[in-house]
Ligand binder design. Structure first.
Ligand code: B16
Ligand code: MG
Length: 218
């Protein structure tokens, strides 16, 4: 086994489900009379479902009953589930399979570290679940990103020291979580947003095989 561990976020890194979360949150916010901008959406990426709704309500200065809160969470997830119902391998982001296969061929431990409670279902739909040695998702943690719990749990499961782990993340909260966990953080997205990462690439297409090989040999 290689001694560097690789931890992947799911939404926005492996699959482009970030757009479905955006649509569902926007519809929910607008139905409450709350505007929902792209900038606000960035602040929800990587953030748990409960925390996301709390943030939206605070942006709109709304207070609602616990019952209403729970029913909105349920509705948001139902809409999201409708979007992802027919997902298949075609929704895997470009060059993710190339990088996963490089890591597998290099005998590197691979884990998923996602805030989503739907992560396992999505990995099954896109037929990638067998590539992962360990999965930690929103069902397994009590503290959401930017808390490092999801990544430290993933490192424990693949038996790799945190400072020997590399995290791929598309969210500000996730990059902060990776850094708090003492891991190398690679941002997938825009460098002006993910500036706290150690490296930022627009997508896996920009990450050379040479770069991955170097990470594996560190
Ligand atoms: P769910 P990630 C996160 O997944 C998403 O980025 C975030 O937008 C979402 O609210 C969160 O999962 C919870 O997802 O409602 O499916 O449990 O990026 O950490 O893979
Ligand atoms: Mg993400």
């Amino acid at each position: 086994m290689n001694t560097t561990g690789f931890i992947f976020d799911l939404d926005g890194v492996i699959v482009d489900t970030a757009k479905y979360h955006f649509l569902a949150w926007k519809n929910l916010a607008n139905s409450l009379g709350i505007d929902f901008s792209n900038e606000q959406n960035e602040q929800l990426k990587g953030v748990s479902r409960i925390r996301s709704l709390e943030k939206i309500l605070s942006w709109g200065n709304k207070t609602i009953s616990q019952e209403k809160f729970d029913s909105l969470l349920h509705e948001k997830n139902e809409e999201y589930l409708r979007y992802i119902e027919n997902m298949d391998e075609s929704e895997i982001l470009p060059d993710v399979p190339r990088v996963l296969n490089l890591l597998l061929n290099g005998n590197s431990p691979i884990a998923l570290g996602s805030a989503s409670k739907n992560a396992r279902a999505i990995l099954k739909k896109v037929n990638l679940i067998d590539k992962f040695d360990a999965i930690v998702d929103g069902n397994d943690v009590t503290k959401a990103k930017p808390d490092p719990e999801v990544f430290t749990n993933a490192a424990e499961k693949i038996k790799i020291m945190p400072n020997q782990c590399v995290v791929f993340e598309d969210s500000v909260a996730g990059i902060q979580a990776a850094k708090k966990a003492n891991m190398l953080a690679i941002g997938i997205g825009e460098s002006n947003i993910l500036y706290e990462a150690d490296y930022v690439f627009k997508s896996f297409e920009e990450i050379s095989s040479d770069f991955i090989n170097k990470l594996m040999s560190n």
